[in-house]
Design a protein around this ligand. Structure first.
Ligand code: SF4
Length: 256
């Protein structure tokens, strides 16, 4: 093996290692970009069927994206017509490395019924290395999901999956509203806390604030609140408490 061949082999090994890492260490949804390279549209219909609520491929974290620049996986359908060769190559180059290439349907795998036409190049493998072949004319949504699940290691993840049980800490809190608090005021405070901090955390903050209200006579309320916030030392929490306390004070003043 000469030096150029050794460098090529080393690069190839590196690419394979990066792909394996992408497939098994990915901790988020997998982004898929689809390129129609001149098929009859049958494959597209089955891919879209996989996205419908009946098959719902997104439940496995497989999401279709509108640009190859965001894609982890490129899916090539159709027999690679001459007109689509350059756009197909452009999409391949635009997708960040490491990327997984899927040849979809009989046409994507080998040119299918168009394989001997003067106008086609044959399967996607004639242009770039293919990692997964999903055969069929067209492949059913079952075959599509199975193909993706296999290549992404999802089956292994499902088998080893653990059931998560909600701890006491994760459970939601019950709001105990002090006597005399108007329901509209309660709603406004809770809604503001949730808007600023999210549904789960906002409700906890509102519950803590109502507890403070219930335990503090009005003349020491501001003092206790400031003491609590300085102990916490969290500027974001301070902002949220001040916002809901302002709502409370405005309500008290409007009744005076
Ligand atoms: S594989 Fe079949 S369904 Fe898919 S593009 Fe080719 S002819 Fe159409």
């Amino acid at each position: 093996m000469n030096t150029a061949e050794q460098t090529g082999a080393a690069q190839q090994e590196q690419i394979e290692a990066l792909k394996a890492k992408l497939l098994h260490d990915i901790r988020r949804s997998v982004y898929v970009y689809r390129i129609d390279c001149g098929g009859c549209n049958g494959c597209e219909i089955e891919i879209f069927a996989s996205l419908t609520p009946l098959f719902d491929v997104e439940r496995f974290g497989i999401k279709v994206v509108p640009s190859p620049r965001h894609a982890d996986v490129l899916v090539y359908t159709g027999p690679m017509t001459r007109a689509m060769r350059l756009p197909a190559l452009r999409a391949y180059r635009a997708a960040p490395d490491p990327k997984i290439v899927v040849a979809y349907g009989a046409c994507g795998c080998s040119g299918g019924i168009f394989h001997d036409s003067y106008a086609v190049w044959g399967g996607a493998e004639n242009l770039f290395p293919v990692d997964l072949y999903i055969p069929g004319c067209p492949p059913s949504p079952y075959a599509t999901i199975y193909g993706f699940a296999t290549v992404l290691g999802l089956l292994e993840q499902k088998i080893r999956g653990q059931q998560h049980r909600e701890s006491e800490e994760e459970k939601g809190v019950e709001l105990t509203v002090p006597a005399g608090i108007n329901p509209n005021l309660r709603k406004e405070i809770e809604r503001t806390a949730r808007r600023l901090c999210g549904y789960w955390q906002g409700k906890r903050i509102a519950a803590d604030y109502f507890k403070l209200l219930a335990e503090s006579p009005d003349d020491v309320l501001d003092y206790r609140l400031e003491g609590y916030l300085s102990r916490k030392g969290d500027p974001r929490l301070t902002e949220v408490y001040r916002a809901i306390h302002r709502i409370y004070r405005e309500w008290v003043n409007s009744r005076a």
